[in-house]
Design a protein around this ligand. Structure first.
Ligand code: F6R
Length: 598
């Protein structure tokens, strides 16, 4: 995930920006850069690490910097931020996605663009405004009103005092010191220098000078109070959380917004995945084959449910290391999809190469721009979750599922197997997912209490049907990998065919009872385990669990996608069980983030 730092005040802005960039390294990045404003704008940027960046010992009093994690365009020197306009007087750094950048670019004939980024359109639009005689602040305001998507930006200009910053669905924080001011995508950026911060809100635009800042929202001047954070520099990389995994669980509402940004037209019931494959690939497709491993395999199981519910295309999901191609299908009408957050998993690469060998159309759903899988498949859809540092996948799982939902609707609309209004219903549920996830996160105290109560169970069962089954498998994997406890996910109806023999009062059972998981049938299985003395935690959206379970976790009512909101509660449950046991949560034993061996 990209990081922003800005500084204004003393003469050592280059040094302060360099420290800020180092502090932002934890977010993950592939290139970095700074712009210093002294006699004009001087930009230093390149692909690679911050240590590779040649930061001069200039005496500039103002500068902005950026760590980039690629979304639009590969990690190259040209694509690194800051980006400038044609005059070289405007410099911009940006986090997030400008969804309509191509339309905006088309309105700028005569402007020379040097990168493939969405960001670069911003300085050029500002330049256009400045040539009409506008001051920098109103110029930026006008440009912001044209941008669609989620973003945080910082703008500096050769001849204008101060930094202009703005946020929309992407965090931005202002730091205060004596005669010095900072801006950062989080407090980490400037924690070495000040702990006094103001948090900007969505829609805020602020003008920061060395002695203070003015904030506007919706044309009105607004007050953003100064607060003091109590972290020390060493915990700052985790934004105050004890573990990256915990931080990443909490980042999910934002990650989901990024996955959806610019891709859905809810009213029209349409999805734009910006794919270049011919329409016939989708309209003539007779079979989808998904290959993936671990958590991504579970996202694949969710994808199968979603695609089959809105199209007439059968989907097979295979654990990548088990993938074989059998006779009796037509490669010309088969799409093979690799789901892989890293894009580097050896088993998944081997499987997709097999599909390529058979002549299928291949796609990847991945989080990593420029990864191996993206170079080998015909088409890639990025999930845009930002880097995930905790070994246990959390936000990438949910973003994969959201992206798979988009693909399902996209395919259904292309094949006309769902109407626009049916698509609208699904897209509305998808749009509600970030706030539903936020509600679950706000309920963390209850989930932590349950985790503490049951942490010493002998074994943990997760049960569900349909999408609830995929969520049960994923939740069990999360718990086992970080707590080292035995946990298993079951199709709820399967318990009576064997696993029920294991159920005792010391095997807590989590039952997924939300919309889209056949809760009435699963309740019969809840009764089976309860009669063997197992405590049951039910996750439901409309009170289904109330009278039948020992504990209830409420899931907001958002329709089809409720099981995936429930998954977040179970991520928190796993996290708190593991934390109670003092496990090495971000680096569980025997596991690696990217498994590049087969
Ligand atoms: C579990 C986990 C793994 C990965 C698996 C595939 O939390 O992260 O099970 O999902 O190793 O990795 P990717 O998605 O990178 O192909």
């Amino acid at each position: 995930m990209c990081g922003i730092i800005g500084y204004i005040g003393g003469e050592n802005s280059a040094g302060k920006l360099a420290t800020g960039l180092k502090n932002l390294e934890y977010r993950g990045y592939d290139s970095a850069g700074i712009a210093l404003i002294e006699d004009g704008v001087d930009v230093y940027k390149q692909e690679g690490t911050i240590d590779d960046l040649r930061i001069p010992s200039a005496k500039a009093q103002l500068g902005i910097g950026h760590t980039r994690w690629s979304t639009h365009g590969k990690p190259t020197d040209e694509n690194a931020h800051p980006h400038t306009d044609c005059t070289g007087d405007v410099a911009v750094v940006h986090n997030g996605i400008i969804a309509n950048y191509q339309d905006l670019k088309a309105e700028l004939p005569g402007h020379v663009f040097k990168s493939n980024t969405d960001t670069e359109v911003i300085p050029h639009l500002i330049e256009e405004q400045l040539t009409t005689g506008a001051e920098l602040l109103p110029a930026v305001k006008r440009v912001l009103s044209r941008l669609e998507g989620s973003f945080a930006i910082a703008v500096a200009h050769a001849e204008t005092d101060g930094i202009i910053v703005a946020r929309q669905d992407s965090p931005l924080v202002v730091g205060h010191d004596v005669d010095e001011m900072y801006v950062g995508s989080d407090v980490t950026a400037f924690i070495d220098y000040t702990k006094r911060v103001s948090y900007l809100h969505d829609g805020d635009i602020a003008h920061i000078t060395s002695d203070g800042f003015e904030v506007f929202n919706d044309g009105e001047r607004v007050d953003r109070p100064v607060e003091t954070v109590d972290w020390d520099a060493s915990s700052a990389g985790k934004a105050g959380y004890d573990h990256y995994m915990h931080k990443e669980i909490h980042e999910q509402p934002n990650a989901l917004r990024q996955a959806l940004s610019g891709r859905i037209d809810t009213l029209a019931g349409e999805v734009d995945l910006d794919v270049s494959l011919e329409d016939e690939v989708f309209t003539q497709c007779e079979h989808v084959q998904v290959v993936a491993c671990g958590t991504s395999y579970h996202a694949g199981l969710c994808a199968k449910r979603l695609i089959e519910s809105v199209t007439d295309v059968p989907v097979t999901v295979t654990i990548a290391s088990e993938y074989e191609v059998h006779d009796g299908f037509d490669p010309d009408t088969t799409i093979a999809i690799a789901i892989t957050q890293s894009g580097e998993t050896a088993d998944t690469l081997a499987a997709i190469r097999t599909a390529i060998g058979y002549g299928m159309t291949t796609m990847a759903i991945t989080n990593t721009v420029g990864s191996t899988v993206t170079r080998e498949v015909d088409e890639t859809v990025h999930i845009n979750a930002g880097p995930e540092i905790g070994v246990a996948a959390t936000k990438t799982f949910l973003s994969q599922v959201a992206t798979a939902t988009l693909f399902a609707v996209f395919l259904g609309r292309k094949r006309e197997t769902i109407t626009a209004s049916e698509a609208t219903t699904i897209l509305e549920s998808l749009r509600s997912l970030p706030s539903a996830v936020q509600e679950i996160l706000d309920d963390e105290r209850q989930i932590r209490k349950l985790a503490h109560e049951y942490a010493d169970g002998d074994s943990f069962f997760f049960i569900g049907r349909k999408a609830g089954h995929a969520v049960a498998l994923e939740s069990a994997l999360k718990l086992k990998e970080i707590s080292y406890d035995h946990a298993e996910g079951f199709a709820a109806g399967e318990l009576k065919h064997g696993p029920l023999a294991l159920v005792t009062p010391r095997t807590p059972v989590m039952a997924i009872l939300t919309e889209g998981t056949a809760p009435a049938e699963t309740l019969n299985n809840v009764k089976e385990v309860e009669s063997r003395g197992a405590p049951v935690i039910g996750l439901s959206s409309n009170g289904t669990a109330q009278s039948f379970c020992d504990h209830v976790i409420d899931v907001p009512e958002i329709g089809l996608l409720e099981p995936f909101a429930a998954n977040v509660a179970l991520q928190l449950f796993a996290y708190h069980v593991a934390k109670t046991k003092g496990r090495n949560i971000d680096k569980p034993r025997n596991l690696a983030k990217s498994v590049t061996v087969d």
